[in-house]
Design a protein around this ligand. Structure first.
Ligand SMILES: Cc1ncc(COP(=O)(O)O)c(C=O)c1O
Length: 480
C-alpha cells in the first residue's frame, strides 16, 4: 500500500511476525532501492498509521527500531529522516537488481536490537535532564560551590539533607532532621553501611527469600551471615521469622522491602507489619527497611514506611534512593536511623568515601526545592501506570493460560508466575536467543530448591510498543 512519498509498505498480516517488523523491512527495502534517499523525510507516524490502518504505536515502534539500527534519524520537532551517512545502496543497473536474491533485504537487515527487560528500572528517556543540567550548572557556578570546594560533611551537602528532610516529611510522613540523614552513593552503599554498623562479622541477618541479591552481597561483604525467610502472597512470612529468631542467637537484623516486596511486588499488610515490629522489639533486631520505589503507587495512597510506625527506641534503618525517581546512573541514596547507629554509619562511610559529590548533591537539592522532582514523579507515575496496565492487558490476551500475576498496586515491575510444568529458566533461555533478556525467578532465590517459576518484568523502562514486542517475543518463545 502507498503512503506519502510513495513508500511501498507491504503488510503480510499473516501473524508470523509483528506488523512493526513488516514496516521496518519495507522501509529498509525502500532505502536500499533508492526510493527513499539519505536526508529525505519520512511521513509522520500519525499519517502513516492512518494510511496503513494500524495503531500509531506500531509505526512508532518501527521508526524507533529503524532509528536504533541507524537507518533513520529522529530530529526533535522536525520529524524523522533517512540517515544522511548511508552509502549509495542502489544496484548499478536493473540487471543487478534482477540478479539479487529475493531475500536480499532480509539477509542484509540487521536483526532487531535485543530488548532488555530490567528488574524495575525507570525510563531514563523521561528523566528531567534539562532541569537537572540547569540545576547542576547553577550549583557549579553559584557562590555556595566556591565556598564549599574543600572537604565537607561526610553526611552530605546540608542543602540536600534539608531538602530531603522536608520531602520525606511531606511525601512519606517520616520525620528525619537533616542531622539524622546520611546521603550515600545509591542505596547500595546504605545497605553495606547499615549492616556494618549493626552486625559484627559472623553474626546474622534475616532476608526475604526470594529477595534482592545485591542486598545479600552487601551484607556478606560486611561479614554477615545471610538467612532466608520465605515470602508468600502477603509478603515476608513473619511466623517463620519468629521461629528463625528463636533458634539463631546471633541474629541481629532483618532486611525488608515492605512497600513493594522485591521481587514479588506484594505490599506487606498492616497485621504483618505490626507483628514484624513486635518480633524486632522482643528479639532486639534492627530492621533495615529498603523503600526503593516509594513514589510509584498507582492504586490508593502509598503505605507509610515502617520507620514511621516504629517507636523511637526501636532501631529501624530507613534507606531510600533516587535511582527509581531519576535514573540509576545518578548515584544518590539516603539513610535515616537512630542517631547512634547513624553516627557509626557516617564513620564507616568516611573511611571508604570521604564525602559525596557536592555539586550533584546541591543540584539535586535545587531540583527538590523548586518542585521539579515532584512534578517529574507525578508525570512518571501517570506514564508508568499506563504501561503497567498495557503490559497486564497484553499478557492476559496473549499468555492468559500460561501465566498468572496480580497487578501490583505500585512499583515498576510485574511478578509473573508460570503455569505449573513451565520452566522459567528454559523460557528465559529461549527468549534470550530471540533477543529478549528476561530474568527468571532463580536469580532472586537464596534457597535455589525453592526457586519460583516466575519472571520479574520491569515495565517502566519500556514504552507501550516495546511492551507489546516483549509479550510477542515471550509468546513466540514459550517452551512446550
Ligand atoms: C530492592 C532494591 N533496593 C534498592 C535499589 C536501588 O539501588 P541503588 O540506589 O543503589 O541504585 C534497587 C534498584 O534496583 C532495588 O531493586
Amino acid at each position: 500500500m502507498n503512503a506519502r512519498r510513495d513508500i511501498t509498505i507491504e503488510l503480510s498480516r499473516d501473524g508470523k511476525q509483528p506488523i512493526f517488523l513488516d514496516i521496518v523491512a519495507s522501509i529498509v527495502r525502500e532505502i536500499e532501492r533508492g526510493r527513499l534517499k539519505p536526508g529525505e523525510a519520512l511521513p509522520g507516524t500519525r499519517a502513516l498509521a492512518r494510511s496503513l490502518k494500524v495503531h500509531r504505536n506500531t509505526v512508532d515502534a518501527a521508526y524507533h527500531e529503524l532509528t536504533m539500527q541507524g537507518w533513520l534519524v529522529a530530529e526533535p520537532s522536525r520529524g524523522t529522516f533517512v540517515a544522511r551517512d548511508l552509502p549509495d545502496l542502489r544496484p548499478a543497473n536493473d540487471a543487478d537488481r534482477k540478479s539479487a536474491p529475493a531475500n536480499a533485504v532480509r539477509t542484509e537487515m540487521r536483526a532487531p536490537s535485543p530488548l532488555r527487560v530490567t528488574d524495575g528500572a525507570p525510563d531514563s528517556r523521561l528523566m528531567p535532564r534539562s532541569e537537572l543540567g540547569r540545576a547542576f550548572r547553577r550549583a557549579l557556578l553559584g557562590p555556595a560551590f566556591l565556598s564549599d570546594t574543600g572537604y565537607g560533611d561526610p553526611r552530605g551537602a546540608l542543602s540536600l539533607r534539608e531538602a530531603l528532610s522536608d520531602y520525606l516529611e511531606s511525601e512519606r510522613g517520616l520525620i528525619a532532621p537533616p542531622s539524622d540523614l546520611l546521603v550515600t552513593r545509591g542505596s547500595q552503599m546504605g545497605l553495606f553501611l547499615a549492616a556494618s554498623a549493626v552486625i559484627e562479622p559472623g553474626e546474622a541477618i534475616a532476608v526475604e527469600d526470594p529477595g534482592y541479591p545485591l542486598a545479600w552481597a552487601a551484607f556478606r561483604a560486611a561479614g554477615a551471615k545471610v538467612i532466608g525467610v520465605p515470602v508468600d502472597g502477603q509478603g515476608i512470612d513473619v511466623s517463620r521469622l519468629a521461629s528463625i529468631a528463636d533458634r539463631e542467637p546471633r541474629l541481629r537484623a532483618i532486611y525488608v522491602t515492605p512497600h513493594h516486596q522485591y521481587p514479588t511486588t506484594v505490599t506487606l499488610g498492616a497485621g504483618r507489619r505490626l507483628k514484624l515490629l513486635d518480633i524486632a522489639r522482643y528479639r532486639s533486631l534492627t530492621i533495615i527497611e529498603d523503600d526503593y520505589d516509594h513514589e510509584y503507587r498507582f492504586d490508593g495512597r502509598p503505605v507509610l514506611p515502617l520507620a514511621v510506625r516504629a517507636e523511637v527506641e526501636l532501631p529501624v534503618i530507613y534507606i531510600g534512593s533516587l535511582s527509581k525517581l531519576l535514573a540509576p546512573a545518578v548515584r544518590v541514596g539516603y539513610v535515616t536511623a537512630r542517631s547512634d547507629i547513624l553516627a557509626r554509619m557516617v564513620d564507616r562511610r568516611e573511611a571508604i568515601d570521604r564525602q559525596g559529590d557536592l555539586p550533584l548533591e546541591q543540584a539535586l537539592a535545587g531540583l527538590i526545592e523548586d518542585g521539579a522532582l515532584r512534578r517529574h514523579a507525578r508525570k512518571a507515575r501517570r506514564i508508568y501506570q499506563a504501561r503497567r496496565d498495557h503490559l497486564a492487558e497484553r499478557l492476559i490476551s496473549r499468555l492468559g493460560s500460561e501465566v498468572t500475576f496480580e497487578t501490583p498496586a505500585g512499583g515498576l515491575a510485574l511478578w509473573i508466575s508460570l503455569r505449573s510444568g513451565l520452566s522459567a529458566e528454559t523460557w528465559a533461555f529461549n527468549a534470550h536467543r530471540a533477543g529478549l533478556a528476561v530474568t527468571p525467578g532463580l536469580r532472586f532465590a537464596l534457597d535455589a530448591s525453592r526457586a519460583p517459576e516466575a519472571f520479574r518484568v520491569g515495565y517502566a523502562s519500556l514504552d507501550q510498543s516495546e511492551l507489546s514486542r516483549l509479550v510477542d517475543l515471550l509468546s513466540r518463545t514459550r517452551p512446550d
